[in-house]
Design a protein around this ligand. Sequence first.
Ligand SMILES: [Zn+2]
Length: 153
Amino acid sequence: MNRTRLTPHFCLEELLFSQQAVRHGIGNTPPGSALINLSRLAEVLERIRAAVGNRTVTVTSGYRSPALNQRIGGSRASAHMDGRAADIVVRSMTPLQVARAIQGAGIALDQLIFEGSWVHVGIAKVGEPSRGDVLTAHFGPDGVKYQRGIVAA
Ligand SMILES: [Zn+2]
């Protein structure tokens, strides 16, 4: 299988792969603008990898086509649709530890969200400043609520 390496430890394919897309036959091919962002995102993922002690960072959801994003109930303005966000997990670390390690490393992010079972990292649009939002997501019957900071359950 061909792999398009974006950075030493991240390839394009892992940022595009979606089990849900495969299962439901949804196309997940990014436009050129998203490809540029995915390369930028991979650079940030390298820095995150270093921040977690060079452990393997697994991307559970990277780019999402609008159809895929809708299917999995992503937010309407999701940075995933722009190739600017990744949901990640790191083996042998809890998502809480991962979120705190990223925060502690001072990596410039548009959004860092502790989502309980994973960590969402988002980068700003090209030419725009990073907001530096640090949030915790709480999933309830009324949908998702966000709280400032990284807060353990
Ligand atoms: Zn996400």
